[in-house]
Design a protein around this ligand. Structure first.
Ligand SMILES: C[S@@+](CC[C@H](N)C(=O)[O-])C[C@H]1O[C@@H](n2cnc3c(N)ncnc32)[C@H](O)[C@@H]1O
Length: 215
């Protein structure tokens, strides 16, 4: 199954579930899967599992492609903890911790930040040498603190020209663009540098197109 098809199908499915208000966007799911495929990422830490849209999508992708992705996530909201086992088909493959502090000192290729955690400042210890951070949506404060910690990183705000689909939660207007994400390469390889240049160019072009459409 193509990445965008899986992202759309799973996003649509999670939109139909209770508590879908805060789920990661369709664009975020697609971006995360593309990163996993392109850079052959095999371990993921998600800060803020929520109701499980990201973890379920990644683990489905992993199964469909015969991968063996280690998935660790944090969550302490009672409602989310209750629905996660029902929502995530491969829930038994996730190691769930209440907060970052409780995560054993593992290193991850991809760290997805989609929730709050008071220990985020210590994220460095969870990073594999060439780790990628994906911050869902705007999250200005968290992005700023990550850019302060990883002063030599490459950073790009990835955006899309797609608007929210009709099946998205009612708070997400079909007239607004789907939220983007913040991509941080803490110690980029050459392949990551080339990818980053392309993303910077795409964001530049998409911003121009948005301005033209607005006029
Ligand atoms: C943006 S959400 C995380 C969404 C998650 N990555 C997903 O795609 O399902 C951030 C935090 O909001 C809280 N949260 C998410 N959904 C909630 C809900 N339906 N009710 C209460 N809290 C929720 C959880 O603590 C979660 O970690």
């Amino acid at each position: 199954m193509k990445i965008n098809k899986l992202a759309i199908e799973n996003y649509k499915y999670f939109c139909s579930l209770e508590g879908s208000d805060y789920i990661a966007s369709e664009f975020a799911l697609e971006t995360i899967l593309k990163l996993i495929k392109k850079f052959k990422l095999s371990s993921v830490l998600e800060v803020g599992l929520g109701i499980g849209s990201v973890s379920d999508t990644v683990l489905k992708f992993s199964k469909l492609n015969g991968l063996n992705i280690k998935y660790v996530g944090t969550e302490k909201n009672e409602f989310c903890l209750e629905v996660l086992p029902e929502n995530v088909k491969k829930y038994n493959e996730i190691q769930v911790f209440s907060e970052l502090n409780a995560v054993s000192n593992n290193k991850f290729d991809l760290i997805i930040i989609d929730g709050l955690d008071s220990s985020l400042i210590e994220l460095k210890k969870f990073c594999a040498p060439n780790a990628i951070l994906f911050i869902e949506g705007g999250r200005e404060n968290q992005t700023k603190s990550m850019l302060d910690i990883f002063s030599k990183c490459l950073f790009v705000n990835v955006i899309t020209l797609k608007k929210n689909p009709s099946y998205a939660h009612e708070d997400r207007s079909v007239k607004s663009y789907i939220g983007g994400g913040q991509l941080i390469f803490i110690n980029p390889t050459l392949k990551m540098k080339l990818f980053w240049i392309r993303q910077k160019a795409l964001t530049f072009i998409k911003r121009k197109i948005r301005k033209i459409i607005k006029k």
